[in-house]
Design a protein around this ligand. Structure first.
Ligand code: ADP
Length: 267
């Protein structure tokens, strides 16, 4: 009996091994596919702005003397804007690497969210110039413990997306509220919204929803970085849609430190 059991056990182990090998092979193939997709996307995102910089700079060098002031100015603007885009992209990649390796160490401080909303909106002034803005942050909100720089960057990314994906002239709302345990910030827009199946995937690195017109090309990094920042500070960042396809809602929820929690609803 013992021998028979041992044989059966050996057989079972062999089978498990086989399944594991197949899974390993599958995983390796998937990883390879993912790596290729990442590299393709990365090369494209680096190459596009760099080509624009090279093209404009070469034209300036070769024909600058014969160009009108206006044309020269346009070429220089391209050089500056595309270099800024490259710079932002590289900063994003560095942030991704830090989050991925767990090296993201927030500089925690106690602060009111109202302050960071003000800074983020100020920084987004140019980007949101063609939209209407509605901001409602109650002054009576408890303090939270977060890294103001990271929180501001995450909120900025959400406002930036709202301005990028919702048509000009529509309203972007930045709302804040609190309950006994959490302070919540929400960015609502009147754009295309996000297909239900993509509500989680938009946070994946390099993921972009296909059906959206990507003329104002982004990199697919903003939301995964933002979620990385918020989670590194103990908060949550989620995506949703307004009812009846009226646009997207992104919500940042930060815990109120236990010693600052007040019983009852502060809404
Ligand atoms: P990027 O905007 O650079 O492409 P993000 O990580 O910020 O990258 O966003 C990922 C994708 O999520 C976007 O490409 C877009 O398809 C979708 N998305 C983000 N914000 C919104 C929004 N406010 N409305 C509709 N779709 C959005």
């Amino acid at each position: 009996l013992f021998d028979a059991l041992a044989d059966q056990a050996a057989l079972a182990i062999e089978r498990i091994q086989l399944v594991a090998d197949v899974d390993k092979a599958k995983l390796a193939a998937e990883t390879d596919k993912l790596r290729t997709a990442l590299l393709t996307s990365l090369s494209h995102d680096l190459k596009t702005p760099l080509s624009a910089v090279l093209g404009s700079a070469s034209t300036l060098k070769d024909f600058g003397a014969n160009l009108t002031d206006h044309s020269r100015d346009e070429l220089l603007t391209t050089v500056i804007e595309e270099s800024e885009r490259l710079n932002r992209f590289i900063v994003n990649l560095l942030d991704m690497t830090r989050i991925g390796s767990g090296a993201m160490e927030p500089n925690f401080a106690l602060h009111y969210v109202g302050d960071i909303v003000g800074t983020a909106l100020k920084r987004a002034q140019k980007i949101t110039a063609d939209h209407k803005l509605k901001v409602a942050i109650p002054s009576e909100m408890p303090m939270i413990r977060s890294d103001p720089v990271l929180l501001e960057q995450a909120l900025f990314n959400l406002i930036d997306n709202a301005a990028k994906y919702a048509p000009e002239g529509t309203t972007i709302e930045v709302l804040g509220w609190s309950d006994a345990k959490y302070v919540t910030l929400a960015v609502l827009d009147e754009g295309p919204g996000i297909p239900d199946a993509d509500l989680e995937r938009v946070f994946d690195t390099f993921y972009r929803v296909r059906k959206i017109d990507h003329v104002k090309a982004g990199t697919g990094l903003g939301l995964s970085i933002s979620r990385g920042f918020i989670e590194a500070m103990g908060g949550r960042l989620t995506a949703g849609n307004r009812p009846a396809g009226e646009g997207a809602i992104f919500t940042i929820r930060m815990p109120i430190p236990a010693q600052l929690q007040i019983d009852g609803d502060m809404r």
